[in-house]
Design a protein around this ligand. Structure first.
Ligand SMILES: [Zn+2]
Length: 554
């Protein structure tokens, strides 16, 4: 990869010479303070081990009263994953925030422990906020930081990991957690202590308005060191998607360039690397991806993908500047964000109370380009004639600016009416636990009732041939039928009139592109047993509002 480094390296050198001259708020507090991250103290040749992170946090606590530390989870290998709570003062519980207007923002780094610059940048950020006498942001924000989300993956640092990435030369951790799971595919099945801890101790506890998930790219060549994406799944409330896309990110993009001298573009890869003009596209809309998942919860999320072929120092600083810009945005738009979130929750509850004809659940999507194209500073590409398989292309030295369609707008292609509630006729403790882990309210009927419901008669169920994340994800075919059905006392009821109503639908719909049926949670109820055909999906759709006597299931 040596020949590929040079242009980026030059760019980085350019960036940094100008950055250092023009800005006073650089993380150069590090130079004055003794407290440095491993990235800084190694002159950007190494990244922090778990113990280094713990020592750094302990030192910060010795220097500032504005930091409390909570435990996000205990990892598979037994490590306490720290969650920094930064505030002036740091709240001891979310209940305290009822009495002030501070917004909670959550920064998550190192979910893929080979992608390390978020860990270094978020620690630098914590230090530079806590040790700044002005305590920037803390008048309006409470900042949560998980600098080492995948602690077990981080401890497997080796020079052999992610060798295509440009540094740090002393090596990085691995992608997977202690269970060999990819945590950024665990948004729905939630089978890792890390993502369960994220739900329990961050999302359901602190309810941050925004999650920023820090990564490093794997793909296309371009000059911009920062790339970003927002929630993509159209089963989330579209106001969140359009707010980030149309209001927040144009601002962030501009400030990042004007104030921090850092270029950014929406995240993606060329649709066809052999012909970049065809367009640019991010990863898919499935909510196994954490940022898509957050959108289904009516909250904002940003995927940060730092450019893997930028050198390590550039990536750390770019990540740092991106985080600062996002905090600048939240600080300056705190009332607007608060209002957006409140309205989205209220709209979701209203929709569930009395679903309208136009309220739909999308069962498949069309992917369209946005109205405006993206402009990418790239190079001309050349097809490698030695390549055995799709699509081995090489970057040439000829610079080229691509202004091309950005395919990231998922629209419903097929859809079904959004229901008032779901009735689940199997008393499955694992599924109830899963719903509870997500924060969904589950009730049970306290009387027998007879209701007209719609159900999905499965005609075909197929597990994937290849095992994926410990599963054989299902795809199903079937037909909807309406019938009058008796539901005994004790039948489980999940209403969509709750703040997480969109998520409840996504988890429970038979045809959801990434719901619990996909992840095998219903296998034993739907596969044929002593009969030839698959069984009916045991979650019934109650389309019209009904008054039902229920009790909450704890
Ligand atoms: Zn990643």
């Amino acid at each position: 990869m040596k020949t590929l480094k040079n242009p980026v390296f030059l760019l980085a050198a350019l960036l940094f010479s100008s950055v250092h001259m023009s800005f006073s708020f650089l993380p150069s507090a590090a130079a004055d303070q003794e407290l440095k991250t491993v990235a800084e103290s190694s002159n950007f040749t190494a990244t922090s081990q778990y113990a280094d992170v713990q020592t750094f946090i302990n030192s910060l606590q010795g220097l500032s009263p504005s930091l409390r530390v909570e435990t996000l989870c205990v990892s598979t290998e037994g490590r306490d994953v720290p969650l920094l709570v930064i505030g002036a003062p740091p709240p001891t519980s979310p209940l305290e925030l009822r009495h002030d207007k501070r917004l909670v923002v959550y920064i998550q780094a190192n979910i893929h422990a080979g992608e390390v610059e978020g860990k270094e940048a978020s620690l630098m950020l914590a230090r530079d906020i806590l040790l700044d006498r002005d305590r920037p942001y803390l008048g309006r924000l409470v900042i949560l930081i998980a600098p080492i989300f995948n602690a077990d993956g981080n401890e497997k640092i080796s020079k052999a990991n992610r060798r295509n990435q440009v540094g740090p030369e002393e090596g990085v951790g691995i992608r997977y957690n202690g269970q060999n799971l990819d945590l950024n595919r665990d948004g729905i099945k939630m089978e890792s202590p890390e993502v369960q801890g994220l739900a329990r101790n961050v999302l359901n506890r602190w309810d941050p308005v925004l999650l920023v998930d820090c990564h490093t790219t794997n793909g296309s060549y371009h000059k911009e060191p920062v790339t970003y994406a927002w929630p993509l799944n159209p089963n989330g409330d579209l106001s969140i998607i359009s707010y980030i896309r149309e209001s927040m990110m144009p601002w962030v993009n501009k400030i990042l360039k004007d104030k921090y001298n850092t270029l950014s573009i929406p995240y993606g890869n060329f649709l066809d690397p052999r012909d970049p003009e065809k367009g640019w596209q991010p990863a898919g809309p499935e909510s196994r991806y954490i940022t898509n998942y957050i959108g289904l919860r009516n909250r904002m999320a940003l995927l940060l993908e730092n450019y893997a072929y930028a050198d390590y120092k550039t990536r750390v600083y770019s990540n740092y500047f991106f985080l600062r810009t996002v905090l600048d945005y939240c600080y300056n738009h705190n009332n607007e964000i608060q209002q957006l979130i409140q309205e989205t929750d209220q709209r979701t509850i209203q929709k569930g109370l009395n679903p309208a004809e136009s309220d739909r659940f999308a069962t498949s999507y069309d992917l369209k380009p946005l109205k405006d194209p993206v402009t990418i500073l790239g190079w001309e590409m050349e097809v490698n004639p030695d390549a055995q398989s799709w699509p081995r292309v090489k970057k040439t030295d000829i610079e080229r600016t691509y202004t091309i369609p950005y395919y990231c707008d998922y629209h419903p292609k097929t859809s079904i009416p959004f229901p008032f509630a779901y009735l689940m006729t199997v008393a499955d403790a694992d599924i109830v636990t899963k719903l509870h882990q997500h924060g969904i309210l589950v009730e049970k009927l306290t009387n027998r009732v007879s209701l007209e419901v719609e159900f999905f008669q499965i005609t075909e169920v197929k597990g994937a041939e290849r095992i994926y994340q410990g599963h054989r994800p299902n795809s199903v075919k079937g037909e909807y039928t309406i019938e009058k059905k008796d539901f005994p006392k004790g039948t489980l009821l999940i209403r969509t009139a709750q703040p997480l109503g969109n998520l409840a639908a996504y988890l429970l719909e038979a045809e959801s592109d990434d719901g619990l049926l996909v992840w095998n949670y219903f296998d034993k109820y739907i596969v044929p047993q002593w009969q030839r055909n698959p069984q009916a999906y045991p979650v019934y759709r109650l389309l019209k509002p009904a008054i039902l006597a229920t009790q909450t299931v704890r």
